[in-house]
Ligand binder design. Structure first.
Ligand code: ZN
Length: 326
């Protein structure tokens, strides 16, 4: 009986020890886990702080990179502007190589782009023809006035067109009666005769004596036998102002430009000037010019340009100027 009791006690003790051991190992295990988790949490916190620091640095880097890009863009724009100004004359010379109009040498009209309203003067040489009538229709529909440097044609249709040009508020300018280089540029007298012939003819037909003109081939033409200074002097003495151009559509070049290209040629140059005098032609073979007119007007208006007819207030665009004249 006593032995049984002793056995029972021992068993109890052994069990208690086991339970204690189990408790201890559970506690130890839990402690280890808590420790591991604490270390992990601590490590994660450290990592988080490091990442936050990195993020701050990255943000700073992005800001300074954006600033750099901005500065670079401004620098490139300035560079492009400078380049445009340098190449503008050669660009124009290329575009102005026409079968009738030779390239200008130096241009007194070089201007840089300003924020003021751009003035654009659309000019048409070599008319009138059936294309003049189509152009007048377009201009009327869009309420735009332009300038026509006409030649002398003595027929009913042409007379009606000179009259229509004046009646619809456009500027009627002279281009020469015959437009024959060998005749008008043979001598000063021949030139004077041609011009006064055209002026009196137009006055007789329209009641208005034109006060503006454009030399065939421009004042910088290389075909005149007479010194152009002499002819310019003569024109000025007559109280007539001559206009060359600083923007050429290219519609008289040997290159068959599409209407889109004609518009592009004009827009490329118009953005560079405060005042643009645009050279176009309304002879009978200039159908593409007529087609280009509507999109050209649309784009000029989109640009905010003011489209005007040449008048006494218009700043003359002249390739060469006579010595001692104004
Ligand atoms: Zn011409």
């Amino acid at each position: 009986m006593e032995g049984k009791t002793t056995n029972g006690l021992r068993e109890q003790q052994v069990r208690r020890k086991r339970v204690n051991k189990l408790k201890m190992s559970i506690l130890t295990g839990a402690g280890i886990w808590v420790l591991i988790l604490s270390v992990l949490v601590f490590a994660l916190l450290v990592k988080l702080i490091l990442l936050e620091n990195k993020l701050d640095k990255l943000e700073d880097a992005i800001v300074s990179f954006e600033k750099f890009v901005e500065e670079q863009k401004e620098y490139n724009d300035d560079l492009q502007k400078a380049k445009d100004t340098d190449t503008i004359e050669s660009d124009e010379s290329e575009k102005n190589l026409t079968k009738e109009d030779v390239p200008e040498g130096n241009t007194h009209a070089k201007e840089t782009q300003k924020s003021e309203t751009r003035k654009v003067y659309l000019t048409f040489d070599d008319g009138p023809s059936e294309n003049t009538s189509k152009i007048l229709d377009i201009l009327k529909e869009r309420n735009i006035k332009a300038t026509f440097f006409v030649v002398g044609i003595d027929d009913e249709q042409s007379r009606a067109l000179y009259q229509r040009i004046v009646a619809e508020g456009h500027t009627l300018g002279m281009h020469s009666f015959s437009h024959k280089y060998d005749l008008i540029y043979k001598s000063k007298e021949a030139f004077a005769e041609d011009m006064s012939h055209l002026q009196s003819y137009l006055e007789e037909v329209t009641g208005v004596a034109p006060k503006v003109m454009r030399f065939p081939g421009g004042s910088s033409n290389q075909v005149s036998n007479v010194d152009m200074q002499e002819l310019i002097q003569y024109v000025n003495e007559q109280g007539v102002t001559y206009f060359d151009w600083n923007v050429a559509s290219g519609d008289a070049t040997n290159h068959p430009y599409t209407k889109e290209e004609l518009v592009q040629n004009v827009m490329d140059d118009v953005v560079r000037y405060e005042t643009s005098v645009v050279l176009m032609h309304d002879a009978s073979d200039k159908a593409t010019t007529v087609e280009a007119l509507v999109p050209m007007i649309d784009q000029l208006r989109e640009l905010g340009a003011e489209i005007l007819p040449i008048d006494e207030t218009t700043k003359p665009i002249q390739h060469i100027q006579a010595d001692g004249t104004e």
